[in-house]
Unconditional design. Structure first.
Length: 82
């Protein structure tokens, strides 16, 4: 079984759910993971879905740019329909 080391992790809680963004390492490879999950009745984290991608500048820039574009469009439409 592969063993992962979490180098850094940030979590955003909403209701009984969370989103976690983390930098992890397996062997000599670092990667970024974005996970979604919830807390069970015992208060333990339960992960539902995770996406991981290599820690490459070009890929991170693409994701940041696309999220910024989507957010910009959402703000634009929000103000139009006010």
């Amino acid at each position: 079984m592969t063993s992962y080391e979490t180098l850094k992790s940030e979590e955003y809680k909403y209701g009984n759910n969370f989103i976690e963004v983390a930098r992890k390492k397996v062997e000599d490879n670092e990667f970024i993971s974005i996970s979604k999950g919830f807390y069970n009745k015992m208060g333990e984290k339960r992960y539902k879905t995770t996406i991981g991608f290599p820690d490459e500048k070009e890929l991170k820039d693409f994701i940041i740019n696309q999220l910024s574009n989507i957010w910009g469009y959402l703000l634009f439409y929000f103000f139009i329909f006010l």
